[in-house]
Write a protein that binds this ligand. Structure first.
Ligand SMILES: [Zn+2]
Length: 207
């Protein structure tokens, strides 16, 4: 039977590259796939972009109200679908992940989701929380921290290159001077303490 897969990692571990490689592997063997991405990820518009230069147009951008089952049924009118590959799956809603589970079990189509585990404050995204709870197969894609001592497990948000630990959950890499670094837990705590100790008092009082 088909499975719902979640392959997660910190940022910049090559998730999009892997997603495109898997898509290529399916197609090389004559498989028919769909590639989706949540619409909230504005990076690359309607394409998946990897840092090593690969890109691929998606078959659908899912807004928060989109129904994976309905989109799939439309696509199935034209062709048989063997698998669905979803990048930035942390941005899916809980209901969308529930539908993906249904698709894998009742429609026998494998779903391969790629995404983050948690945000820059170590809090889960709705999509990743649900995927980690119900996916049939959960696999970590490993990458190295900048300290080169340990694997990166956390996402450090920087504004103009300076780490920050406040702000909205979703802020896309490369927009509004925001960038991300993937770091190990030890480095994450080190940056957090530096930020906390250097925080201007005015910001403390607002809370
Ligand atoms: Zn480190």
């Amino acid at each position: 039977m088909a499975k719902l897969y979640y392959r997660y990692s910190a940022m910049n571990a090559g998730k999009s590259t892997l997603a495109m490689q898997v898509a290529h592997n399916y197609e090389e063997k004559g498989g028919s796939i769909l590639v989706w991405k949540p619409k909230i990820d504005t990076k690359g518009d309607n394409t998946i972009v990897s840092r090593i230069g690969l890109s691929r147009e998606v078959d659908a951008l899912l807004n928060e109200f989109a129904s994976p089952i309905e989109i799939l049924k439309e696509e199935q009118k034209n062709k048989q679908i063997d698998a669905i590959i979803i990048d930035e799956a942390q941005f899916l809603t809980e209901e969308q992940v529930n539908e993906l589970y249904y698709i894998s079990k009742k429609m026998d189509i494998s779903i391969l989701c790629y995404g983050l585990r948690c945000d820059f404050r170590m809090k889960p995204f709705p999509g990743s929380q649900r995927l980690l709870a119900i996916a049939d197969s959960i696999e970590e894609i490993k990458t190295l921290c900048e300290c080169k001592k340990r694997k990166a497990t956390q996402n450090l948000r920087c504004i103009n290159g300076i780490p920050t630990f406040e702000g909205s959950q979703v802020a896309i890499d490369g927009e509004d001077n925001i960038t991300y670094k993937s770091v190990c837990g030890e480095c994450f705590i080190k940056y957090y303490l530096e930020w906390k100790n250097n925080k201007p008092l005015t910001r403390e009082r607002k809370k």
